[in-house]
Design a protein around this ligand. Sequence first.
Ligand code: CDP
Length: 209
Amino acid sequence: MIIAIDGPAASGKGTVARALAAHYGLPHLDTGLLYRAVGAAALERAVPFEDAQALAGLASVLDVAALDAEALRAGPIGEAASRVAVVPAVREKLLRLQQDFAHQPGGAVLDGRDIGTVIAPDADIKIFVTATPEARAARRHRELRERGEDVSFAEVLADIARRDARDSGRSSAPLIEAQDAVRLDNTALDRDASIARALAIVAARLAGR
Ligand code: CDP
């Protein structure tokens, strides 16, 4: 069973994806970490975001097993990730490993922006997790403050709006809801309620087979 979870920044798709993976005993890939790793490497080596070839080079030598999820979730890396993610050559380099992960025997859960549309259009279940920009910014603000980052709510909201526009407006694999996705708007739901809704969506889909 392949489960594809897509949605905009800080929508809680990672939380939902991890919970579904644990519940069904499936491996999980947070594909945002791949773009974050390329973005972080670009920042570290001062590679310009306009240099598509150099960015693709960074993507092609990515060591997926060595990704430091905790460090990659720092605020500035999200912005760098969304900048490298508009580069088609970067997406191309990361395509195969995501497709292979999705299609491993037994299935998998992947979360990102283009899982149900590009990486695994054949996924058994597609969930589009979303919430208002204000609700998403409030969550991300809390997360970053807990990490000790000194950032205002207004800055986080502006960052989310900018990334939403970039992710939705790019020509290569833009963030769009797959036609056959079930929408999970968790603006008014807490973490547990959001997970419960996702589990119910999967159970209903499996029952209807
Ligand atoms: O957690 P958050 O939603 O802030 O970010 P993320 O899921 O870690 O993704 C970081 C950035 O990577 C996004 O803003 C996207 O531009 C990009 N991304 C993408 O283009 N395609 C994916 N499948 C996953 C992430």
